[in-house]
Design a binder for this molecule. Structure first.
Ligand SMILES: Nc1nc2c(ncn2[C@@H]2O[C@H](COP(=O)(O)OP(=O)(O)OP(=O)(O)O)[C@@H](O)[C@H]2O)c(=O)[nH]1
Ligand SMILES: [Mg+2]
Length: 273
């Protein structure tokens, strides 16, 4: 009998099935990177994530960037993807549809693929890829359901932002904390790790905001459904390459949106999907 098992195992290895399975099992976490005109950053950010001591897969969600970001990612796919394992995924959308909807589509992809941990990161190196490990461990080893890379957990850890923007972001986060009651300092943070159970529980189609307020709404829903949120202090650095997509409209959506979201929550029951 043992000889039969041995032969079967050997043929699995030779056919490349076992290496494929092993790889799949090792990469239990995926980093979603939304992009719009990030050609100057995307290669280096992908290479940096893949060089980390923990194996993360990557999903780039590109909104048909006019600078050809998606084509760069497709080229890189040839170096990183093998028959045994696809580590670099790309979702191409027809046009700029906002950060929130990019993430929702990315979350659905990650859940269907069966990842246990889903991380979010900007493409512009404002978030240090090395911090992905700490965010991951906070969920995978220390029992958090959503870990948040926080600029404001220990003072203000922002590098190279003009003072006006630091103050705006800091007080916006405080304002949201006071209005909504979300128990974290950095309520607008976009550098996070979810345990996939959270994304399965929240009805993703109920998420309304498309811009920055999306980050707030996701934290609000995670908290309302009774999950555990933790903050990991990080240093946020202003981008040095490429252009910002921040706009006044994004702030407007958030300012009134959080009041509306909070009031509506008083009449809502948060029943897991
Ligand atoms: N797919 C997609 N990605 C977007 C969209 N808007 C922004 N992004 C990406 O989301 C991430 C964060 O956007 P940023 O422009 O860096 O916004 P920010 O970090 O607030 O502003 P700066 O760092 O000052 O540029 C980056 O990776 C962008 O390329 C969008 O509409 N669709
Ligand atoms: Mg940025």
């Amino acid at each position: 009998m043992w000889i039969v098992w041995k032969t079967l195992l050997l043929s699995f290895v030779m056919l490349g099935i076992l290496p494929g399975l092993t790889k799949r099992l090792l990469n239990n976490a995926i980093v979603i990177i939304p992009t719009y005109n990030e050609k100057e950053n995307i290669t280096m950010i992908i290479e940096t994530v893949f060089s980390l001591p923990k194996d993360f897969d990557i999903l780039v969600v590109d909104d048909n960037s006019p600078d050809g970001t998606a084509a760069v990612v497709r080229d890189l796919q040839q170096s990183y993807n093998t028959d045994a394992a696809t580590r670099l995924h790309v979702l191409q959308r027809p046009g700029k549809q906002g950060l929130g909807t990019a993430y929702i589509q990315g979350f659905k992809f990650a859940l269907e693929a069966g990842y246990d941990y889903v991380l979010q990161m900007d493409a512009d190196f404002s978030h240090n890829p090395k911090d992905l490990i700490q965010l991951y461990l906070t969920c995978a080893e220390w029992g958090s359901d959503l870990s948040i890379g926080s600029r404001y957990a220990t003072g203000v850890n922002v590098v190279n932002w003009p003072m006006g923007r630091v103050l705006l972001s800091f007080f916006a986060s405080k304002y949201v904390q006071i209005v909504t009651g979300i128990p974290v300092h950095d309520t607008t943070a976009g550098f996070v790790c979810y345990r996939s159970k959270v994304l399965k529980t929240i009805r993703l189609d109920q998420v309304k905001f498309v811009g920055y307020a999306f980050q707030i709404e996701m934290k609000f829903l995670t908290w309302k459904y009774g999950f555990k949120l933790s903050e990991v202090p990080i240093i946020f650095t202003e981008r040095t390459r490429g252009q910002s997509k921040m706009s006044v409209g994004i702030f407007k959506e958030a300012f009134l949106g959080v009041i509306q979201m909070t009031v509506q929550s008083w009449f809502k029951k948060y029943i897991p999907s």
